[in-house]
Design a protein around this ligand. Structure first.
Ligand code: OSB
Ligand code: MG
Length: 369
């Protein structure tokens, strides 16, 4: 298909509740929605970079620049028959995985729509609902956190992840464990600790956590290997894995027993598939992470999660947990009986972007043809 037109929409929306992590508090959430047009069809992808470089070095501004000046030009007007054709053209740009993923994933959606098949089918997916959990930010008090956890457990979430940082770890985790002795519970540090805290993480072993996510520095696979050797709880890497190389290094160094797959963090679905297959071979289970995406990004995440090595619940919650009104329809609901979300069955990502809502939330726009 010839890529006739590409649109970039920077949209900004209020979250239903502030989301505090060890690197900052998000109240408003921006993203770039990428639309790719061909033969009367449109494919969508989402770049979930933040305004600040707190999670990774990418921001909305760097992604806008990299997309406009380096990623859209080699694709516009070109004949694309496979998503890998796009990924190949991006090899000359170092880094910037979230910018790459947004355009590549829009092309995946476009091609799947042209074939009339759901994205999950193109990925070799094997399930029609995906087990999910909820990620809960740092709260003002331990009691407020326990109440928030209970609220989500009552809603049907069978896996709870809570954010931790130095000074907010053992006490809140123990309080949750006391109230909910058997719930699937895990902690995400977003790189806030160092190897000096190994003793603290050993003290978490009796809490029977599903895993500890990214305890150490964002680019430090080496020290995670040292920490994993000292604790029984599985370590899961998020920030440290930005490409198939990083996944291979983490596996060979035994830096983790689980990997959080974020398609945007690894540069798009082509790399995600490579990492999926590598981890499957190595016996490292995956789960799908989230970046507070709109329905566009979360729909792609659901399709990705149908692949066989996604063996743990993902950070893909119901729409009402994120935004009052999502840019895409239909919204996602939690299936209470088994803590799952049903994978859309329509062509491509299987949700439709409502352009009036995009325009309402839009702060910047550009188009290329
Ligand atoms: O570390 O997983 C993370 C959100 C923004 C940036 C980083 C992370 C997160 C989450 C939210 O934990 C997960 C979700 O989208 O529900
Ligand atoms: Mg994380």
């Amino acid at each position: 298909m010839k890529i006739e037109r590409v649109e970039l929409h920077h949209v900004s929306q209020q979250l239903v509740a502030p989301f505090r992590t060890s690197f900052g508090t998000q109240i408003e959430r921006s993203c770039i929605l990428v639309a790719v047009y061909s033969e009367g069809l449109v494919g969508w992808g989402e770049c979930p970079a933040s305004i600040e470089p707190g999670y990774s070095y990418e921001t909305i501004t760097t992604a806008w620049h990299i997309l406009s000046d380096f990623l859209v030009p080699p694709v516009i007007g070109q004949e694309i028959s496979r998503p890998a054709d796009v990924a190949k053209r991006f090899n000359e740009v170092r880094g910037h995985p979230m910018a790459k993923a947004s355009l590549e994933n829009a092309v995946w959606d476009l091609l799947a729509r042209a074939e009339g098949v759901p994205l999950s089918e193109k990925l070799g997916g094997q399930r029609d609902r995906v087990e999910v959990g909820v990620s809960i930010g740092i709260q003002p008090t331990v009691q407020a956190l326990v109440d928030r956890v209970t609220e989500f457990v009552d809603k049907g979430y069978g896996r709870i992840k809570v954010k931790i940082e130095p000074g907010w770890e053992l006490e809140p985790l123990s309080a949750i464990r006391k109230q909910h002795p058997t719930i699937k519970l895990m902690a995400d540090a977003n790189s806030a600790f160092s190897l000096d805290h190994a003793g603290l993480f050993q003290q978490m072993d009796p809490l029977n956590l599903l895993m500890i996510e990214q305890p150490l520095y964002y680019d430090d696979i080496f020290d995670h290997a040292k920490l994993q050797a000292q604790v029984n709880t599985p370590i899961c890497l998020d920030e440290s894995i930005h490409s198939p190389h990083h996944a291979r290094w983490a596996i060979e160094l035994k830096a983790c027993r689980i990997i959080n797959m974020k398609v945007s963090r690894v540069g798009g679905l082509t790399h995600a598939i490579t990492i999926h297959n590598m981890c499957q071979e190595a016996g490292i289970p995956l789960w799908c992470g989230g970046m507070l995406e709109t329905g566009v990004g979360r729909a792609a995440n659901l399709h990705l999660s149908t692949m066989p090595n996604f063996k743990l619940p993902g950070d893909i919650s119901a729409t009402d947990r994120y935004y009052v009104e999502d840019v895409a329809d239909p919204p996602f609901y939690l299936n209470k009986e088994d803590s799952t979300i049903t994978v859309p069955t329509g062509p491509g990502i299987g949700v439709e972007v409502v352009m009036e809502r995009v325009k309402k939330a839009r702060v910047k726009y550009n188009e290329f043809k």
